[in-house]
Design a protein around this ligand. Structure first.
Ligand code: AMP
Ligand code: ZN
Length: 492
């Protein structure tokens, strides 16, 4: 099955296939590690994760590069304010970033490349640009890209830049569309700022040159796909194209994927609005990492996602239903054989699931047939009609769902424990939801022991003790569910 994906460059749905017939070479802009990532950032990383997992599910290998911006204006400003070298400052946030990705089960890209480890390659690209007449050095020693040297500038963002003033310059990394100007490739050293001594002078790289350099370093001059959040279309990605194609005269990336923004309660997420959340903020409020993952990926990447707490609660209960269903299937005993209706239902769910994913990664539509199958399966189990062969067919569909969604296997308790450790170390225990604090110290083994004791108490018709245990566990955020197969428990 071939994936069809909207391509910002062509403005249409294009088939996404590896140009070498084997491995899809992709580059996705990574984080600037100056602080903890917020859920908007993670939405973009999660949607790229959905893409790579969908590709793998449909039989395509991937070679995925993610850069780490570990030097930029904000990093320099913050590390100076903290009075520590930038390397020490960024190491802390890089570690936090990877912990967060792991909590959200974002697969690690094949290649992770730090900007500060590729300075010579960036310098070389700037030299090539200068040789091609597309870069020049200003009076202060900084180097700029000459927009006039690249007539195709604007082809990604479809901006009309005809009124552009030749030679007007901008030296900040992010700027608005009206100021499309010659942009900085290399910033001359300023006193007190981190800089490198190089053949083009002492200084540090601009943000845009970093991505052109590292993409070509690991993927070649022309590769399959480039991704990022929608805010990067202009100027960042437009500039990457200009820098790369001016020297190679080849299409830099054939396919461009842009993830639309996450909004909170219909508004832009910002610190001043008080609606700004890091992943850790949500974990400390008691939301599960799996629910955050599901909520952030369930709205397809080409739609704005309006984040709400109700959305997280919905995701939590959807995951609980999936986990309970899988548990019923794996722990129940079923007669041998198959029932034609369930076999048909499983086949249909799988086909609809794959077809929705391959249609521009429509995660919302991909979820629906899985829950239809869950309902049909639960009914069949309740009526004693589910056969062992049906169970296997349904488990196979759930496995293919989880190959992309990855929310069924329960690792939430461990992630929440890590978040609590973080709260303790960073003086944030005051932000922790009370139920979470109460649950602390109650290990899985302790819960198992109490649940077993309750089952025993019930057998002996000691209902007072059984209720007492149930209430005690409930206070610590553990709920017990009785079913005909025995008692199951889970953390709230
Ligand atoms: P940054 O660390 O700011 O360079 O951003 C890392 C990634 O997150 C980039 O691909 C951004 O486009 C993306 N991003 C930033 N804010 C949001 C948001 N509110 N929603 C979705 N993606 C975002
Ligand atoms: Zn980039």
């Amino acid at each position: 099955m071939t994936l069809r994906l909207f391509n910002t460059l062509t403005g249409q749905m294009d088939e996404l296939v590896p140009s070498d017939g084997e491995t899809l070479r992709m580059y996705a802009c990574g984080p600037t590690i100056y602080d903890y990532g917020h859920i908007g950032n993670f939405r973009t990383f999660l949607q790229v994760d959905v893409l790579r997992r969908a590709l793998k599910l449909t039989g395509t290998k991937v070679r995925h590069v993610m850069n780490i911006t570990d030097v930029d204006d904000k990093i320099i400003r913050n590390s100076t304010a903290a009075g520590i070298p930038i390397g020490e400052y960024t190491a802390r946030y890089e570690k936090a970033f990877f912990e967060d990705l792991e909590a959200l089960r974002v697969e690690r890209p094949e290649i992770i490349s730090r900007a500060t480890e590729h300075i010579p390659q960036m310098v070389e690209l700037i030299q090539r640009l200068a040789a091609a007449g597309a870069a020049y050095q200003a009076e202060d020693g900084s180097w700029y890209f000459r927009l006039a040297a690249f007539p195709e500038y604007g082809k990604l963002s479809k901006k009309d830049l005809s009124g552009m003033e030749d030679g007007a310059r901008v030296d900040v990394d992010e700027y608005e569309k009206d100021s499309a100007r010659d942009f900085a490739l290399w910033k001359a050293a300023k006193p007190g700022e981190t800089s490198w001594d190089t053949p083009i002078g002492r200084g540090r790289p601009g943000w845009h040159i970093e991505c052109s350099t590292m993409a070509m370093e690991y993927l070649g001059e022309s590769f399959d796909l480039h991704a990022g959040g929608e805010d990067l279309i202009f100027p960042h990605h437009e500039n990457e194209i200009a820098q790369s194609e001016s020297v190679t005269h080849k299409t830099f990336a054939r396919h461009w994927m842009h993830v639309r923004f996450l909004l909170v309660d219909g508004k832009k997420m910002s610190k001043s609005e008080g609606n700004f959340y890091t992943l850790r903020d949500l974990l400390l409020k008691g939301y599960k990492a799996s629910a955050i993952r599901l909520a952030l990926i369930s709205v397809p990447y080409r739609h704005q996602l309006n984040f709400t707490f109700d959305g997280l609660i919905e995701a939590t209960s959807a995951i609980e239903r999936l986990r309970t269903f899988k548990q019923r299937l794996t722990e129940g005993s079923f007669a041998a054989g198959e029932s034609p209706a369930m076999q048909e239902a499983a086949k249909k769910a799988q086909a609809e699931y794959l077809s929705a994913l391959s249609n521009d990664l429509n995660t919302a539509e991909a979820r629906a047939p899985i829950f239809d199958l869950l309902r049909a399966g639960n009914t069949a189990i309740d009526q004693g009609e589910l056969k062992a062969g049906d169970r296997d067919a349904i488990l196979a569909v759930l496995a293919s769902f989880d190959a992309v969604f990855d929310v069924i296997e329960d690792r939430d308790a461990e992630i929440t424990r890590h978040a609590l450790e973080y709260a303790e170390q960073s003086g944030r225990l005051g932000d922790v939801a009370p139920e979470l604090l109460a649950a602390q110290g109650l290990t899985d083994e302790a819960v198992e022991a109490l649940v077993a004791e309750r089952t025993q108490a019930k057998k002996q018709r000691n209902f007072a003790r059984a209720d007492q245990i149930r209430n005690e566990l409930a206070e610590k955020g553990v709920v017990i569910e009785d079913s005909k197969d025995g008692a199951r428990w889970k953390r709230k």
